[in-house]
Design a protein around this ligand. Structure first.
Ligand code: APR
Ligand code: ZN
Length: 353
């Protein structure tokens, strides 16, 4: 990534312009940086951002200039069947903002510049659809609030909204990065009795304890046996939060009868997963997935912010370091090396960040 100047158009009727306060370095952008997934270029990456509304288009009602907001990639139309049945995170008709030539929302010398997820949060400003932002409480610190838009929503939502973990359930979480740690704290909030954290990296396991893990298991071979042993027969829910076929299979294999494996990690483009057929039938287990928390983000983000303000959701320990935009490539190298949970880019002097 290089840092360059980009021209922004004014907000159209359904758009908002945001002064970015903070932006998290999520693993999903990394898939595009290294080319696991294709993306048209040039592109402004970044999607986990917080900021202050600077300008709104004439149709925008739910936020106004000066509001503190968090961006989310789950832009919705509000009118398709998925939106109308309460599943706007699965919107069939995301408001199209792909810039036609000459109509670029962002541009350089008149040439269109793309926005990852129609957002582009690694920047001082974002020009985005109004259905991509959630308002947050005024007293919410913006340098941690950005994480609500992706890692927290995705992780906590997978546990609470998708799996619907109940008090007393036993849970395993494979992959304890920025997202996995939030699955762990979602399961804790839901009252899980055992939360088994699995990761290759011992430092991540130590961090998992801070978020509520009751047992720690080193990733790799033998994980399934260890979890089955610890729980005397398997877990009710196993979450895969990496995006790899072998670990999805591990999640599936560590379930007790009637349990569900929840795929949260984003797999490599075009890859397959496989599960053994006989236990699938005989043990009435499920393999399900969860995207962006499986909940309308404008409902969940303010709730999760409130839980933070009440001291029930830990966001502070997610942030390993605050960095300047100029250190973004180094931040991603550290993410790839596994030495940080989340790095957050902060822009001085915006809101309360
Ligand atoms: N077994 C156990 N843990 C593993 C394994 C494995 N085979 N391979 C990797 N891990 C661990 C890493 O050590 C790291 O702690 O998985 C974790 C992944 O964390 P991050 O790189 O911080 O990724 P995160 O941002 O949490 O996202 C995880 O969810 O939203 C998606 O696109 C995202 O696919 C990514 C996944
Ligand atoms: Zn993300």
């Amino acid at each position: 990534m290089s840092i360059e100047d980009v021209d922004l158009d004014g907000p159209r009727p359904d758009e908002v312009r945001i002064r970015v306060a903070a932006s998290g370095l999520c693993h999903s952008d990394y898939h595009f940086i290294v080319g696991d997934m294709p993306h048209p270029l040039p592109v402004v990456l970044g999607h986990e951002a917080s900021g202050i509304v600077e300008a709104v288009g004439e149709n925008v009602r739910h936020v106004k200039v000066g509001d503190a907001v968090v961006s989310c990639i789950s832009t919705y139309c509000g009118e398709c069947t998925q939106c109308q049945t309460g599943h706007n995170y699965r919107c069939d008709d995301k408001p199209a903002r792909a810039p036609a030539i000459g109509e670029a929302r962002l541009s350089q010398a008149g040439k269109p510049v793309h926005q990852f997820g129609q957002l582009g949060g690694f920047a001082e400003e974002m020009l985005i659809h109004a259905h991509s932002v959630s308002r947050i409480p005024e007293d919410m610190p913006l340098d941690v609030a950005c994480l609500l838009g992706c890692a927290v929503l995705t992780g906590v939502g997978a546990a609470i909204e998708r799996a619907k973990v109940r008090p007393g359930d036993m849970v395993a979480v494979i992959g304890c990065g920025g997202v996995g740690l939030n699955v762990i704290q979602g399961a804790r909030l839901a009252g899980a009795s055992r939360i088994i954290a699995v990761d290759l990296n011992p430092a991540k396991l130590e961090l998992a304890k801070v978020f509520g893990a009751t047992d720690l298991v080193a990733g790799g071979d033998g994980v399934v046996e260890q979890v089955r042993e610890l729980t005397k027969g398997g877990v009710d829910y196993a979450f895969e939060v990496i995006g790899l076929a072998p670990t999805v299979r591990q999640a599936f294999m560590m379930l007790r009868k009637g349990g569900a494996a929840v795929m949260v990690g984003v797999p490599k483009f075009g890859s397959d997963i496989s599960i053994p057929a006989m236990p699938f039938l005989q043990q009435e287990v499920s393999l399900i997935s969860s995207m962006m928390g499986s909940v309308p983000f404008q409902v969940a983000i303010p709730r999760y912010a409130q839980l933070y303000l009440e001291g029930r959701l830990n966001l502070d320990s997610l942030v390993s370091q605050r960095i300047a935009l100029t250190d973004i490539n180094k931040g991603y190298e550290q993410l790839a090396a596994g030495s940080v949970a989340r790095s957050v880019i902060t822009f001085e002097g915006v809101g309360r960040a």
